[in-house]
Write a protein that binds this ligand. Structure first.
Ligand code: SF4
Length: 450
C-alpha cells in the first residue's frame, strides 16, 4: 500500500494526467472523464486515489464512481454533441453547450435560490439560507470548495463558476447581525462546499463571533464536512490540525454544542486507520460527530455497507444521523433509486445494527416543503401506500403528521407521488391549519446556567 499522503494534493481535469493511476484507465474511460468534467465539477486527491479506490474494480468501485465523471451522467445526445464540439475546439460553442446542459439539470433544487434566502432591511443576504425556524445555513466564501467533488453533489453550481447561482458570505458580520434579530434561531449550520477546506485561522474568524454574549440563543454550531472521509489528515496530521481541535474545544468551553456533520458515503471511508483516528480526535474535543449521507445508485446500494458504517462510527463515538434520498439535481437519472427500494435498503441496514446505531433516520427527502421521511409501505383498505411524515417543514405545524401517498414502484422523488384515498392534493399543498392542534412551535426561552 502506498504511503499515506502527508500534504494535500488535489487533481482536476487539467492535472489528473499527472496521477500515476491515470495510466491504468482505458482510453475510453479517460475520454469520458475529460468530456463529462466539462459539465460536472471534477476534483479528487491523492488520498482518495491511493487509499479509497480499489483499482482492480474499475469502473464499478464505489469511490471511483463517487468522484470520477461517467459518460452515462449525460444523455447520449448531450455526450455526443459535447464530444464533437471539444474535438472542433471552438470555445464559445463549447461554453454554450455546457451552459445549456447545466441549466437543464435543476441546479438549485428545493427553491434554494428563490425561497430560502433571508433579507435584512429589504436586502437579500448573500451567503445565508433560512428555511426552518430554528436553523440558519451559512456559506462562508472561503469554504466553497471540497477536498474532492462528489459526482452527485447538489451543491455543484458552487464549484463550476455559475456565479449567478452561487451562495457565499465574505465575513460573518451579516450573519451575526441577522441572528441578533432572530431569537428563534438556535442552530447555525456552516456549510459549503466544505468549511474544513479553510485553515484554522480562517475558520476561527468565521466562528468565534458566534460566541459573543449577544448570541446566547445560539445553542448549536454545526459544521458540514466531507473531510472526515476525503481528507481525514485535516484533523490528525495537517500543519494546523491541533489548532483546529483547540478551536473546537474553545467553542465547546463557551457553552455551545459543536456538531460536526460528517458526510460518509461508504463503509470503505471509515476502514482507514487515519479516518478512525480523525473521528476519535474530533469527539475527544467535546464536539459530537453525526454521520450522514445520501443513498446513491452505483455507490452505496448495499445495506451491509451502511450497517458497517453505522456500527464502526458508533463504536468510535459518532452518532448515525441521516440517510438521505438522492436529490433531484445534476445527473439525477444516473444516481437516483426508487423510493420503495430506498426504503427497503434502509430497513435492511437498520435491522442489522443494534439500538445504539438506530439513531439514524431515513430515507429522507430534502424537498421544497421540508424533510420528508419514507416511513414504510403499508396497505390500508386494500390500497398499497407509502407512509410518510415531515421531520422538518416550512410550516412547523406539518412536522410529525403522518400522511400517505399512493404506492408507486418507480417514483424517485416527492413530485412523482400522488396523494392517497382519492385526494387531489397533499395536506401541505392546501396549507390549512391543523384542526384542534394548537401551534406549539413558539420559541422556548433558553435556560441560562446559574
Ligand atoms: S463533499 Fe459535499 S459539498 Fe463537496 S462535492 Fe461532495 S457532496 Fe458536494
Amino acid at each position: 500500500m502506498p504511503l499515506l499522503p502527508a500534504r494535500f494534493k488535489p487533481y482536476t481535469r487539467q492535472t489528473i494526467g499527472q496521477a500515476r493511476q491515470w495510466e491504468w484507465l482505458s482510453e475510453a474511460q479517460r475520454e469520458e472523464v475529460q468530456v463529462v468534467s466539462h459539465v460536472m465539477p471534477f476534483r479528487t486527491n491523492e488520498y482518495v486515489l491511493d487509499r479509497l479506490i480499489d483499482w482492480n474494480n474499475i469502473p464499478d468501485d464505489p469511490i471511483y464512481r463517487l468522484v470520477f465523471p461517467h459518460r452515462d451522467m449525460l444523455a447520449p445526445e448531450q455526450y455526443g454533441q459535447l464530444r464533437a464540439l471539444l474535438q472542433e475546439g471552438e470555445p464559445a460553442a463549447i461554453e454554450a453547450c455546457v451552459r445549456a446542459i447545466r441549466h437543464g439539470m435543476n441546479p438549485h433544487p428545493a427553491g434554494q435560490m428563490t425561497h430560502n434566502v433571508p433579507q435584512q432591511g429589504g436586502v437579500p443576504l448573500r451567503g445565508l439560507q433560512h428555511k426552518y425556524d430554528q436553523t440558519v445555513l451559512f456559506f462562508p466564501s472561503a469554504g466553497q470548495t471540497c477536498h474532492a467533488y462528489c459526482t452527485f453533489c447538489f451543491r455543484w453550481p458552487q464549484f463550476v463558476g455559475m456565479d449567478d447561482m452561487k451562495f457565499d458570505a465574505r465575513g460573518s458580520g451579516e450573519l451575526v447581525a441577522y441572528l441578533q434579530h432572530h431569537r428563534e434561531v438556535t442552530d447555525v449550520l456552516v456549510t459549503g462546499g466544505d468549511p474544513m477546506i479553510m485553515n484554522a485561522r480562517q475558520l476561527a474568524a468565521y466562528l468565534e463571533p458566534l460566541l459573543d454574549p449577544s448570541l446566547a440563543h445560539i445553542q448549536n454550531i454545526r459544521i458540514g464536512t466531507k473531510a472526515v472521509a476525503y481528507w481525514p489528515q485535516r484533523f490528525v496530521s495537517d500543519r494546523d490540525a491541533d489548532d483546529l481541535l483547540r478551536l473546537f474545544e474553545r467553542i465547546v468551553q463557551a457553552g455551545k454544542n459543536l456538531a460536526i456533520m460528517g458526510h460518509y458515503s461508504h463503509a470503505v471511508e471509515l476502514r482507514q486507520e487515519i479516518a478512525q483516528q480523525a473521528l476519535k480526535r474530533i469527539v475527544g474535543t467535546g464536539a459530537t460527530l453525526r454521520m450522514q449521507g445520501p443513498l446513491i445508485r452505483h455507490i452505496n446500494e448495499d445495506p451491509k455497507s451502511w450497517a458497517e458504517l453505522w456500527q464502526t462510527g458508533t463504536r468510535l463515538g459518532a452518532i448515525p444521523y441521516y440517510m438521505f434520498v438522492e436529490r433531484d439535481t445534476g445527473p439525477h437519472a444516473y444516481f437516483s433509486l426508487p423510493l420503495a427500494r430506498a426504503h427497503a435498503i434502509f430497513q435492511a441496514a437498520y435491522q442489522m445494527v443494534s439500538g445504539l446505531s438506530r439513531t439514524v433516520r431515513g430515507p429522507s427527502m430534502s424537498a421544497f416543503p421540508g424533510k420528508i421521511l419514507i416511513d414504510g409501505v403499508v396497505e390500508i383498505a386494500g390500497e398499497k401506500l407509502f407512509a410518510l411524515q415531515f421531520l422538518q417543514a416550512r410550516n412547523p405545524d406539518w412536522v410529525r403528521r403522518p400522511f400517505y401517498a399512493k404506492f408507486d414502484a418507480n417514483a424517485t422523488w416527492l413530485d412523482e407521488l400522488k396523494p392517497a384515498f382519492g385526494q387531489e392534493k397533499f395536506f401541505f399543498e392546501l396549507d390549512q391549519p391543523v384542526p384542534d392542534i394548537p401551534a406549539v412551535h413558539k420559541v422556548i426561552r433558553l435556560a441560562q446556567a446559574a
